[in-house]
Unconditional design. Sequence first.
Lengths: 254, 393
Amino acid sequence: MATLEIRDLHVTVEADNATKEILKGVDLTVKQGETHAIMGPNGSGKSTLAYSLAGHPKYTITEGTVTLDGEDVLEMSVDERARAGLFLAMQYPVEVPGVSVSNFLRTSATAIRGEAPKLRTWVKEVKEAMQNLNMDPSFAERNVNEGFSGGEKKRHEILQLELLKPKIAILDETDSGLDVDALRVVSEGVNRVRGTGEVGTLLITHYTRILRYIKPDYVHVFSAGRIAESGGAELADKLEEEGYEAYTKGGVSA
Amino acid sequence: MAEAQNIPVGSTTAGQIAVAAESTVATRMSVPPSFDVADFPVPHGREEEWRFTPLERLRGLHDGTAVATGTGVKVDVQAPEGVTVETVGRDDARIGKAGTPVDRVAAQAYSAFEQAGVITVPKETVLTEPIRVAVHGEGGTAYGHQVVELGAFAEAVVVIDHTGDAVLAANVDYILGDGAKLTVISVQDWDDKAVHVGQHNALIGRDATFKSFVVTFGGDLVRLHPRVAYAGPGGEAELFGLYFTDAGQHQEHRLLVDHNTPHCKSNVAYKGALQGDDAHAVWIGDVLIEAKAEGTDTYEMNRNLVLTDGARVDSVPNLEIETGEIVGAGHASATGRFDDEQLFYLMARGIPADEARRLVVRGFFAELVQQIGVDDIEERLLVKIDEELEASV
């Protein structure tokens, strides 16, 4: 069973000619089949955690370990992490002009699976996945994220999640900027992947809204660069009522 | 009338739309056009038309010191049946009909060539196979002139393929009769040391269609002037270009579309990728809509993709409009980087860095490559693009 283990993770970033520590000792274990919601106020370091796990060059790991099934993730390049089974659905996916969605998906699937998918089954697979996400077939011929609406970008991220079938999926504020209909469609996509029981999900969100569609097994509250409190789904209900005030005012510290 | 301006810039992109105030296109050249090299002073490098060009790398083409050698270039023409291929002397009346040299090197070439090639496609002849002109550099210095003339309603594709090593100044005239359709693909696939300077003049007949692909990969210095003017209303010009500028290379494309006739169209799209230290691409896109050219419809675009640090692009679109009675006129220039965020996104989907770069560059050029319509050239370009990328890793 695939397990992502994060131990005492410290991460810094360079900003305005100064080094700033964003993550200050994160401990978290995500197993295949589990869904963990990470919630927290703006600036608490949630996205930094997501991008650090994926290997974004902007972030420097100063302390701690991250392993996937015992393998040292921090030693891997960005593409190696993806091929090892880590997937990051990004909050702000970038435009890649000149590269069509269909070409991109096939190139990516080939890299992740280690061989080119057979054309006939692949076409069917993509078509079905797109239908499930209410995506028009013409979408495949557009350039990656170019001119996509906010909702289209997120659907495109979840489309990749469904096609690439990672061991660990990190969803970075996938719900932000979505209307209720789009939120439902995207959540259904995530739930289809979760339903296989083969993915561990790290759901990063600012709002509790998405948790009505995607039921987490665990909820963690992020504050000031570390997990301030962990609990079950009921913790989300508490946050819904009380907000993050108790955490931002420093009322809880580790 | 419609105008469009879209210049999300890198700092080296400049552009302007001038509306009949001061003539910027006409004044871009410091000397009026002339067939006589003596009418042009030796450039010193600060002239508007020379300011981007490293004169010291022209190997004397600009100052009269480059003397033609016996083994300059070898020209081989393969033409389908029905096409006339001739070699003619300087006094042939068909030479120089499509345009007049606009700078000293073009005039030098015109003054110095001894024989010119003339390819003629008779009227109403529709070719199914391309005419192929292989220009192979044999290591020497050469001046040349080529004429391609299509009679009324003739249709042809011409591939001019430059390879090998040479110091070459050569002009080309394309003359299109009424209703003719000509597609020209000029490939500059020179060896590393080659220097190639030339002016390509197209004169487009009434209701004729001219489509040009200028593809520049090789050479130490390549500087081309593709120019278009119209001999009657209803003419259409599509000028496409792609270049891949490597470390140390200077590749310069200076276009002029002269809308001198009513109801003509032009569409210019040049795309370039650059990589490596001192890779320098220059793109000048001049479009002039003369007062009499009512009903003009024109658009020009230049896109550059900078793949590494150390490369430089100068992109200068320039649209000058002397009449408001037009269908449309616009230009756009953008220089973008293949940036770390794009690379991260693709790598985060399991795609290795070198493959990610190939995916982006192939995609960047694909829309132009696919329009060429000559299979072996399309295929060769894709292979070439891959080779250029592999050389960089």
